[in-house]
Design a protein around this ligand. Sequence first.
Ligand code: GTP
Ligand code: SPV
Ligand code: MN
Length: 596
Amino acid sequence: MTHIVHEGLKAWVDETVKLGQPDQVYWVDGSQEERSRLTKRAIARGFIIPLDQEKYPGCYYSRSNPNDVARTEHLTYICTRKREEAGPTNNWMSPEDGYAKSKEIIKGSMAGRTMYVIPFSMGPIGSPFSKIGVEITDSLYVVLNMLIMARVGHKVLDQLGTAGAFTKCLHTRADLDVKHRLILHFPEDNAIVSTGSAYGGNALLGKKCLALRIASWQARKENWLAEHMLILGIEKDGKTEYVTAAFPSACGKTNLAMLIPPQGLKAKGYRIWTVGDDIAWLRIGPDGRLWACNPEAGFFGVAPGTNSKTNPNAIATMKKNTIFTNVVLGDALSVWWEDGEGAPPASGTSWDGKPWKPGLKDKDGKPVPGAHPNSRFTAPAGQCPSIAPNWEDPKGVPISAMIFGGRRERLAPLVFEALDWAHGVYVGATVASERTAAAVGKVGEVRRDPMAMLPFCGYNMGDYFGHWLRMGGDIPKPPKIFHVNWFRKDSTGKFLWPGYGENLRVLEWILARCSGKGKAVQTPIGWVPAKDGLDLTGLNLPAGAMDKLLEVKPDEWTAELDGVKSFFDQFGAALPEELWKQFETLKGRLKIKVLA
Ligand code: GTP
Ligand code: SPV
Ligand code: MN
C-alpha cells in the first residue's frame, strides 16, 4: 500500500478485491527497480521469455492465447443509460447488464493471482491535455506493457491528489475464453471493464478504451477532440510545421509518423519529427490554432512489414527495452516476422507456439506465416531516433493540416484537399478502407471507417460528426483538411505509389497548400495537385502512373454515393443536416460535365 489517501480510489480497489478474490494486491510505483523485479517475476511465471540479451538488451518475447490476437469489435460495448447515446455503429448494453455480466466473470477470477493497481497518466503528467486513469489488472503482461505505453506510478498518484478525477479501468484476463470476453465502456461513470482478453487493444486500457472511447465522450463535453491520429513535425529551413493523420488500424500511421525523407528530396534538407503514432488529443490554443498532444508514452506497432527499408526508425526504436508479441521466436532467442529485418531464423516457433521454419507449407501447399499478421512490438517512444524534442511539451504542438486516409485499391486519388472545414468533415465522415488484421473479421472487405474512428468513438457517431462541425466554428484558425490514399493499385494488382518515405512529396504539397502555395486543380471532390504540383525529383514512376494516381472519375464517385447514403441513413436524425447538404452539393458537382 502506498501513501495515497484518495478515498474513492481506495474504496474501488477494496471493492474489486472482494469481487476478484486475488491472493495479493500490489500498487505499481513506476520505479526502475520495480520494473526489473516484475520482469523477473513474469519470466519465472512463463508470461515472457527473455531474448538474447546481447543482441536484444531489455527485450522480451510474449505469445498471447491464439484466440486473443486482435481487437474483438463484436465484443466491445458502449454502456449508456440510453441506447441512442451509443448510436448505430457501436454495440450497446445497459449499464446494469454490463456491470452484472462482467461481475459474474470477474467474481473469483483473480484467485491464486496478484491484483496489480496501476495509476497512469495519458499525456505528460500535469499537462492541461492529460487525463488520469487507474488500471486494475491480474496480468503481468499488461503491467509491463503499461509501463511502456503510459506514465505510471507514484508520480501519478501525487498528481491525482485526494479528490482528483480518474477513469476506473478494471481488467481481468479471467480464463481467456471468448465466451467470457467483454470490453465494456461506461462513459457516464468514467469507467471501463474488460474481461477475458489480454490482447493490447482490449487490455491496455489507457489506449483505445480510455484515450479514444472514453476521451471522445469527454472531448465532446469539454470542447476538444480525441482522435485516432498520428502527429508529426516537418522541419525545413529551421521551421517546423505539424500535421496529424487519421488512417484506420494497420494502414500506415506508424510508418508515416516515422518517415525518413526520400533520396530525391535530400537536397531540400527536410527533417521529420515523430510526436505520436496512434492517438492525438487536440485543443484550441490561446493563439486560435488547434494544438495536439500525444497521450501515449510508447508505440504498440504492427511488426509484419516493418524493416529497415520501410521504417528504419521503428527498427532502431525496438533495439532495446521492447516487448514483442506473437512474432516468430527463433531458436537462438531472436525475433522475426514476415517482411521483417534480416534472414528468418533457420528454425523457431511460430506465433501460435508451433515449430516453424522458413518455407514451411500447410497441407494444401500454402506458406505458413511465422508471425501473426497483427503481431506487435511495444517500445518506449523516447527511443525513437526521430522523436520530436518537444514531444512531451505540455502545451502540445500547433497543427497546420489534418489528413484522413484509407486503404483503397481504386477510386481515391493519391491526395486531395477539402474545400473548407465542413467539406473536410464530410470527407472524414465518408472515409472507407479495406479491412486489416488489426481486428477480428474478414480482411480486405471495404467498410466505412469515418475518421478512422469507427471502432473507437465512444458515443453516437452522428453526434460526433456534429461535434466536429461545431469545433470548426470554434477554432479561429482551423487547420486545412486533406485526404490521402497510398494504396491505389494498377490493373495487375501492384501499388501505383511507392509510399513510405516518398509520402513526404505529398506532405510537401499539403504544407504548400496551407501557406497559400502549391499548384492545384479543382475537381468535384476537392483540390488535386496540378500536373506539376508535386516535386517528383528522383522518382522514376512508370509512364502514366501519376495520371492514374491523381485521376478523379466522376462516374465512380457518383457510384460511391449509394454507399455513403446508406451509411448516413442509419444515423437518422442524429446525422447533422450539414452532412446531407455536403452530400447533395457533391452530387451536384459530380453531375457537371468536366471538359478534358
Ligand atoms: P494501428 O497501430 O493498428 O493503428 O496501425 P497503423 O496505422 O499505425 O499501421 P502501420 O503504420 O503499422 O501500418 C502497417 C501497414 O501499412 C503495413 O502493411 C505497411 O506495409 C503498410 N504501409 C504503411 N505505409 C505504407 C505506404 O506508404 N504504402 C503502402 N503500400 N503500404 C504502406
Ligand atoms: C489499432 O488496432 O488501431 C491499434 C492496435 O492501434 S490496438 O491497440 O490493439 O487497438
Ligand atoms: Mn490504432
